[in-house]
Design a protein around this ligand. Structure first.
Ligand SMILES: [Zn+2]
Length: 153
């Protein structure tokens, strides 16, 4: 039995003998991270995969020609923002800030994903100073919403 430390959540887990070089535990969030890392690496390393992905996106846009037009009509600030973004892309820092607001998010929205959170004030008694959290949008049909309401009252 081989115990390893998960590359995502940092928790120990028992590696499965049939999976060589297993670096992630079976936690769904960690598995999602593993798949995303795999895809990012694949996009960098494999020109055929990259081309395939681009073709798939292009094909999707061809099948949904109204999407971009409709999106811009409904979100006129996007077109404006996009122009501003292109203008300031050379200015470091600013460009970085703007990158966080992409097509699918509004400026104050945090994109869903895995984040590390950390106490600003260092606590000497605390052994772990970093937590891994998953941020997901709250939907009407999601039980999380009920929890959020409970918290507020
Ligand atoms: Zn994990």
């Amino acid at each position: 039995m081989v115990t390893k430390i998960c590359a995502c959540c940092g928790e120990p887990f028992v590696a499965r003998p049939q999976v060589p070089n297993q670096a992630f535990c079976t936690n769904p969030a960690c598995q999602r991270e593993r798949r995303q890392q795999w895809q990012r690496k694949k996009l960098l390393d494999d020109p055929f995969y990259r081309e395939n992905q681009q073709d798939a996106q292009r094909a999707w846009r061809t099948r949904n020609p109204d999407y971009s037009r409709h999106y811009r009509a409904v979100n006129p600030e996007y077109t404006q923002k996009n122009r501003e973004q292109q203008r300031s892309r050379s200015q470091e820092g600013q460009a970085l800030e703007k990158q966080t607001s992409d097509v699918s998010t509004t400026p104050n929205e945090i994109p869903p994903g895995i984040y590390r959170i950390r106490h600003i004030q260092a606590d000497a008694n605390c052994k772990t100073d970093v937590w891994i959290v998953e941020i997901r949008p709250v939907k009407c049909d999601c039980f999380c919403k009920i929890d959020a309401c409970k918290d507020r009252t």
